[in-house]
Design a protein around this ligand. Structure first.
Ligand code: PEP
Ligand code: CO
Length: 452
């Protein structure tokens, strides 16, 4: 018998990857303030996303989830937020145009501030400090003061999330998101881009414009109002359980608890232990949830995990984000898919082709090869198809900025190019062109498997 759940029942279980706050009173005070602050999202929006994910499970929609590995407080700025949104809108346009499926857009945004780390501490030139765990915990700078986990940053993280979300909501409500004006989504530095990917995108926008005008002529001049706004949801790795609990609120309709700090929280690969605090916390909230799964999970373990997280097998509830790496996907994924099929459990399968493909260069830079990313995606499509299953989405680390963090792509970035605009403090992201190229790749695969 599983004991009853409540928003704090996770405290009876071991919680991995939590910061060691030096002063418990400071933490208590910060959490007390968070508890009094309003939620960031509503249960209605969350329910709406759950329906979208259920549509994707049936093959009527496709999930596009993307954003930074870690947002930083400093980058809570107009251009950075707008360009991420623009890029995700452009990518969904590419995918929707080819696949004819509705796109469920989810950003790794407005709260993606906490990072799991391999070690608690970092040593440099013989000095050891706590490791950087994301801006919501401490600062990246390597000093005793900066690395001290500081509970007041929980409040700063909440505020930055609210500011980001406020801007996203304004942008997605109208005008900016109007499909009649995709020129709004052009990124400054690519306006005159000569690159072949940007050209391919501009051609697509032109044919889309023609199709829209044609449709509206048939509808006798009226404009299609649903095309004037978009749904855009938020997600982050719900790592800091104290923070997540403070934003876990009863629904006004009296039907359980929602994490109202984000629409789609997910459990990371490092915290998905079935006996751990994260799984306990997640099993009781009513949000749609994600869980990352790497090459070490066994089919039996996966089935147990899915049963624990979605005890009543509710549609739209659970997204499995596989991140096997190009080297392991062929050997690991089929067994997992078959185990879920045999168990009769409903999940959405999403591929994260980033986290299993991280490598270090000789100079110590963390990078990913574009070809590995594309290969893992292609193989995932093919494996699902061969198993009679379906790949229902992609989970990507990307930015609208013109960075050089992943190697390869249409400009064939090399190891030495990485130095020119390497900005991430954690994992390497796809830049604008690489991300758009991935969108064309996905569009091609969805068309191919629709036809077969
Ligand atoms: C991440 O998404 O940034 C991450 C840490 O991924 P994973 O849990 O899959 O390693
Ligand atoms: Co990452």
């Amino acid at each position: 018998m599983t004991p009853p759940w409540n928003p704090e029942s996770w405290k009876q279980f071991p919680a991995a990857q939590q910061p060691n706050y030096p002063d418990p009173n400071e933490l208590k005070q910060a959490l007390g303030q968070l508890l009094r602050l309003p939620p960031l999202v509503t249960s209605w929006e969350i329910d709406h996303l759950r329906e979208g994910i259920a549509d994707a499970q049936r093959g009527d929609a496709w999930l596009l989830q993307g954003g930074d590995c870690a947002e930083t407080f400093d980058e809570c700025q107009t251009e950075q937020i707008a360009s991420k949104l623009k890029l995700l809108l452009q990518m969904s346009l590419v995918i929707v145009f080819a696949s004819r499926k509705r796109i469920v857009r989810v950003g790794r945004i407005a709260g993606q501030y906490a990072k799991p780390r391999s070690n608690d501490t970092e040593t440099l030139h013989g000095v050891t400090f706590p490791c950087y765990r994301g801006d919501i915990v401490n600062q990246f700078e390597f000093s005793e003061h900066a690395r001290r986990p500081d509970p007041s940053r929980l409040l700063r993280g909440y505020e930055r999330s609210a500011l980001t979300l406020n801007f996203i909501r304004a942008l997605s409500e109208g005008g900016f998101a109007d499909l009649h004006h995709p020129e709004n989504w052009n990124l400054l530095f690519v306006n005159e881009a000569k690159g072949e990917v940007a050209k391919r995108y501009r051609d697509l926008v032109k044919s889309l414009g023609d199709a829209l005008r044609f449709m509206e002529t048939i509808l006798e001049g009226s404009t299609v109002s649903e095309l004037k706004r978009v749904d855009f949801f938020t997600s982050h790795e719900a790592l800091l359980l104290d923070y997540e609990t403070a934003l876990t609120r009863p629904s006004v309709r009296g039907i359980g608890y929602y994490n109202m700090g984000t629409h789609l929280p997910w459990i990371g690969e490092r915290t998905r232990s079935i006996d751990g605090a994260h799984v306990e916390y997640f099993r009781g909230i009513r949000n749609p949830i994600g869980v990352k799964i790497g090459p070490n999970i066994s089919p039996d373990e996966l089935v147990d995990l899915v049963r624990r997280l979605n005890a009543d097998n509710q549609p739209g509830r659970l997204t499995l984000i596989h991140r096997m790496g190009r080297r392991h996907v062929e050997s690991r994924l089929p067994g997992l898919i078959e185990a879920i099929q045999r168990s009769g459990l409903t999940v959405l399968w999403v591929c994260d082709p980033m986290h299993g493909n991280t490598v270090s260069t000789n100079s110590g830079r963390k990078t990913r090869r574009f070809d590995d990313i594309v290969d893992e995606l292609r193989l995932s499509f093919a494996i699902h198809h061969a198993c009679g299953s379906m790949l229902g989405g992609a989970h990507l680390e990307l930015t609208g900025e013109n960075v050089t963090e992943c190697m390869g792509g249409s400009r064939n970035l090399t190891e030495s190019d990485l130095e020119s605009a390497y900005q991430t403090q954690v994992d390497p992201r796809l830049n604008y062109e690489q991300a758009l190229e991935i969108a064309f790749e996905i569009a091609g695969k969805l068309t191919e498997y629709r036809a077969s």
